[in-house]
Design a protein around this ligand. Structure first.
Ligand SMILES: [Zn+2]
Length: 203
């Protein structure tokens, strides 16, 4: 765990990452933050192919890039889970994850997206339904999903206050307080983007 609590703006690696970028184990050179997208919610047993969002059906099983229905009983939306970069707001490490909503809320949210009636004040209780890499088990962490007027997936803020479990989950603190460069590199590495290099011989 990092003990540093300073701003990433004071970390030279942050500036290098955003200007020249870092070579990555995946073969690419990454310049600046990029999002990590989780393909489907935990529990999805179907294939990897996405249907079109517009073909959404609420009975049975359905998976598109933004919506998932399991057995006509479980409803999940893709959501953006930002982890602030400390001192560099609004820059955030971004996961897109899956959030489970009650059916009524799911129907209301998908209708707002379809009809373009998004409202910043629309927020609902949502449950994170992924085990996000780089964190202790995050499945079922409670949160709130907020509509965002940019039309992108809703924003998910985790708080874990339901049922008194997971209230100490590090994702809650990191989402609120932000992370530094070491933690950022750790999260990328958890998804196959290893950019940490042995300490270079600078001479
Ligand atoms: Zn990479």
């Amino acid at each position: 765990m990092e003990t540093n609590t300073g701003s990433v703006l004071d970390d030279p690696r942050w500036h290098t990452f955003n200007s020249q970028g870092f070579d990555c184990s995946c073969g690419e050179r990454h310049v600046g933050l990029f999002a990590i997208h989780l393909h489907h919610p935990l529990g999805w047993q179907g294939g990897d192919d996405y249907a079109a969002d517009t073909d959404l059906t609420l009975d049975g099983n359905f998976l598109s890039s933004n919506y998932c229905v399991l057995d006509g009983k479980f409803f999940a939306l893709r959501a953006r889970l930002p982890i602030q970069m400390r001192g560099a707001a609004p820059k955030s490490f971004m996961f897109t994850v899956w959030s489970s909503l009650d059916r009524m809320d799911f129907e209301a949210f998908t209708r707002d997206y379809r009809e373009g009636t998004l409202n910043k004040n629309n927020k609902v209780r949502a449950r994170l339904v992924n085990r996000v890499g780089g964190f202790p088990d995050s499945f079922n962490l409670m949160g709130t999903a907020f509509q965002d007027l940019d039309g992108g997936p809703p924003l998910l803020l985790v708080h874990g206050v339901q049922a008194g479990v997971n209230n100490e989950h590090p994702m809650i603190a990191e989402q609120r307080n932000g992370i530094g460069v070491d933690r950022m590199l750790e999260l990328f590495a958890a998804y196959g983007h290893e950019m940490r290099v042995p300490v270079a011989n600078s001479n």
